[in-house]
Design a binder for this molecule. Sequence first.
Ligand code: MF3
Ligand code: CO
Length: 290
Amino acid sequence: MKKLGRNDPCWCNSGRKYKSCHMAFDEKIQKYALEGHIVPSHDMLKSKEQIEGIKESSKINIAVLDYVAENIRIGMSTEEIDRLVCEKTAQMGGIPAPLGYEGFPKSVCTSLNDQVCHGIPSEKDILKDGDIVNVDVSTIYQGYFSDSSRMFMLGNVAPKTRELVEKAHKCLDIGLEQVKPWNFLGDMAQAINDYAKANGYSIVREIGGHGVGLEFHEEPFVSYVTSRGTEMLMVPGMVFTIEPMVNMGRADIYIDDDNGWTVYTEDGQPSAQWEVTVAVTEDGYEVLTW
Ligand code: MF3
Ligand code: CO
């Protein structure tokens, strides 16, 4: 990073002098870095305009998930969910981010029961009574990316499974409470993991959240199994996802050999996940898409 002089224009493009703009902010971050903490680089910090752009993209993401919520039913294939997502996204002028992403063949991830994430919509997967399914929607709109997912419960879901879905949602609330400037990503992770563990659940270790906004997946990687006081410092302007994968049984997972994508729980027990995109603000957080 180039060292700016006090009277140089600030790196944030405000047009103001560095000393009256981000100098004190950078010095504060630098203090954490010197203490050995991981700190964000300037390019991870979104401007107000960029956050507005992400919010416009988020509007589509939310509308798509609402549309799925209105139409999802027993007897429908996950391929039909894909069609709903394509239809609504296109109608609103967006592009589904998953389509073609690293070769992903569909426009949305649909992960059923013991599928942890990255389920591929298929004519063969018919939603049946008692199923739980995660629908993970990501949208590109005018170059801005948004990403969120919800769980849907079909018909008579077993009470234990329903509880998993509800408590996986609670994990987000608990995580969000920890999102504020000068906290660490590990504070959020540990709060989530402690709650999951206290309920007898486990959190997937290998897959987590990510920065998002100008790209689909940006730095940092966001784990939900790390410890308080560790991982990246949170500062205003960071935008990332909270999306812990909560397993009813053990944390171990494997990837489907045939398609190279779909992640399953090793023990065959169900997994639930909700995802929001969140921005760190001056005094806390703002959920951009849910
Ligand atoms: N939406 C997922 C996430 O939360 C990413 C899916 S990648 C895909 O990061 F290629 F499978 F779409
Ligand atoms: Co994501």
